[in-house]
Design a protein around this ligand. Structure first.
Ligand code: GLY
Length: 278
């Protein structure tokens, strides 16, 4: 189609230019692996030596998998004194309308939030969980307009109530969700397709998510329920090949990444990024 000249032509060209420069970008915020990772918090796992160089290589491969799924990776600077800081998911809940900066349940992790708030400040309005509330992002599973929040050792009733107060005005519902024997809600259950959840029935029950189809992890792979959905694909730990096979048999595009070192720090694939549209 020919573009008219004069003022109208300029307006059309400006509108096209503006739509190009305001195109939506899928951003993945990550953080460089802390040199202190070996001193991480552990709740359900014994402490094992972590190979820091390998952890960093694996994290690079994870970031590459995010890029291959269309993400622009924005890596925050290493926090040498914050062992768990690679697990950025726990510091913020980001929705289209607002980002909620958390107050992590582990006291040792509270120093992680300020730099995440700074990274998000130009992208979203910010709300904050305040004392005595505690909330870890790993406990928050968003399914449409419902946010299921694990009542874990990290997220308390006050933190969950504050999250509900922050999000109700935007039309979200917050559901406190019991779980047991694992660190976070997303250790036990994640979304792997438009209509399906992947869960570990030893840690949470399918009936807690009415209306959703579910698939259970392979019984030999307790930690397989933590999958990171990016678009229509999922990033999944290479340590859980049986569950990955079951997901592929359901037609799901599974990208396996080796996370052996962050797994020793009780972190999974969702933990290492915060994904949003910018
Ligand atoms: N090591 C991960 C966490 O405890 O938060």
């Amino acid at each position: 189609m020919e573009i008219a000249g004069g003022v109208v032509g300029l307006q059309v060209r400006w509108a096209r230019f503006r739509s190009r420069v305001t195109a939506i970008t899928r951003v993945a915020i990550t953080r460089a692996v802390s040199r202190a990772l070996g001193h991480c918090e552990l709740s359900h796992l014994p402490r094992r030596p972590i190979d820091l160089a390998l952890a960093r290589r694996q994290h690079e491969a994870y970031e590459q998998a995010l890029r291959e799924l269309g993400c622009e990776v924005r890596q925050l600077a290493e926090q040498p004194d914050q062992p768990d800081s690679v697990f950025v998911e726990d510091t913020a809940i980001v929705l289209d309308e607002v980002a909620v900066i958390t107050r992590p349940g582990a006291v040792s992790r509270r120093g992680e939030v300020a730099s995440m708030a700074e990274a998000l400040s130009g992208l979203r309005e910010l709300a904050r969980i305040e004392a005595p509330g505690t909330l870890d992002g790993g406990d928050v599973l968003r399914l449409g307009r419902v946010l299921y929040v694990g009542t874990s050792a990290r997220s308390n009733a006050e933190g969950i109530a504050q999250l509900a107060r922050a999000l109700t005005p935007f039309g979200y519902r917050v559901e406190a969700t019991p779980l047991h024997d694992c660190l976070h809600l997303k250790s036990a259950v994640t979304q792997v397709a438009e209509d399906r959840l992947l869960l570990n029935p030893a840690w949470i029950e399918a009936r807690q998510f009415p209306g959703w189809k579910t698939v259970a992890v392979d019984p030999a792979e307790a930690h397989a329920a933590n999958a990171l959905r990016v678009g229509s694909a999922v990033i999944h730990p290479a340590s859980c090949p049986r569950t990955a096979r079951a997901l592929r048999e359901l037609g799901i595009d599974v990208r396996s990444v080796d996370m052996s070192e962050t797994e020793k720090a009780e972190g999974g694939v969702t933990c290492c990024s915060v994904i949003l549209e910018a």
